[in-house]
Design a protein around this ligand. Structure first.
Ligand code: KG4
Length: 333
């Protein structure tokens, strides 16, 4: 079964052709990051307009590159939630029109379920149930993946998402947007114990997380140093910050897996590209004898291959939609 998949929930326009869920024939991504860099974050109006300009040509390119003709497409999958409402609407309406004109089913896909599904592409043998930590610019979730379509959140951030915290920290350090990768690069060779930064626990909710205190601590540290005219060791600050994020994410995920009796742990989302977090998970999984699933960098960030993959499993579960399908900025898993 060949699925044409669309993703437009934030600042990447992406179109993919995916066969039987796990085989990616093509995955075309247009990143708008350069358009937003000057503002230090995504500007929703600019993002929506860019999706409108790009999506039609990107869809044609996906078909051209894949060598798949329009009448070979069996279904259309699309991110319908969660995300920036204006950008989701662009992809959703385009996908609806394509499904209508090709006379094929329309499959709604939850963006976070798509991120989890990136692991099915990277690891053809991976099947639920397992535990997944989804860490992106807008979400930080520990998820019990009970089946391909039944997912339950068992822990979440109470304030900022991990990616947001990377982006804000990068901004205060004068690094470009999106800040995750520049912080990752800056932290190489830094001393991760040089700066004492908080790790927050939430009473009575062992799997929930908080990153706003960490963000504020970094901002205060940088401002204090500026006021006193002191030079900061930027590499060590980036390394200390990343260690604090990783110390918040990794032990909780391991603890949750233990409690649920899972021996398989996956990570997903843009922040899963972080080298320190990947290394810490690898070490923790090896220590406990767990299987660890870490998608390649290309599948960590937003892409449409993951939407086509999850779309396939949604289709098998009978989850299709009519042309009255709406877009949602927020949506339960
Ligand atoms: O999943 P994603 O591409 O988009 C969302 O759905 O949000 O994640 C984007 C986030 C950004 O906050 C970005 O700074 C972060 O992923 N990110 C990283 C790294 N690469 C991207 N964070 C930490 N380390 C990285 N290497």
């Amino acid at each position: 079964m060949k699925i044409l998949a669309f993703e437009s929930s934030c600042d990447e326009t992406a179109v993919a052709v995916v066969e039987d869920g796990r085989k990616v024939i093509t995955d075309q991504i247009f990143s708008q990051a350069d358009l937003h860099a000057v503002y230090g974050g995504v500007v929703p109006e600019i993002a929506s307009r860019s999706h409108v300009e790009v999506i039609s040509r990107l869809a044609q390119r996906a078909l051209d590159v894949s060598g798949v003709s329009r009448d070979e497409i069996d279904a259309v999958a699309v991110t319908y939630a969660p995300g920036l409402i204006g950008t989701v609407l662009v992809g959703l309406n385009f996908a609806k029109a394509v499904a209508l004109s090709l006379d094929v089913p329309l499959i709604p896909v939850h963006h976070i379920k798509g991120h989890v599904a990136a692991n099915y592409i990277a690891y053809p043998e991976l099947e639920p149930p397992f535990l997944c930590l989804a860490i992106s610019g807008g979400n930080t979730l520990i998820i019990d993946v009970r089946s391909y379509t039944e997912l339950k959140i068992i822990g979440a951030t109470r304030d900022d998402a991990a990616g947001e915290c990377f982006d804000k920290t990068a901004r205060v350090l004068g690094l470009p947007y999106p800040g995750g990768k520049p912080i990752d690069m800056l932290s190489q060779g830094g001393d991760d114990k040089k700066y004492k930064l908080p790790r927050t626990n939430i009473d009575g909710a062992p799997y929930d997380m908080s990153f706003s205190g960490l963000k504020t601590a970094v901002i205060n540290l940088v401002h204090n140093a500026e006021q006193k005219g002191e030079e900061l060791d930027r590499a060590s600050l980036a390394a200390s910050f990343t260690a604090a994020v990783s110390d918040t994410l990794v032990p909780r995920t391991m603890m949750a897996a233990k409690e649920l009796g899972y021996k398989k742990i996956a990570i997903a989302g843009g922040v899963a590209a972080n080298s320190r977090i990947r290394a810490d998970f690898k070490a923790a999984a090896e220590k406990e004898g767990y299987e660890l699933y870490v998608p390649p960098l290309k599948l960590c960030g937003d892409n449409a291959a993951m939407i086509g993959c999850q779309g396939y499993f949604e289709y098998l579960a009978g989850n299709t939609a009519g042309s009255d399908l709406n877009a949602y900025a927020n949506m339960e898993l």
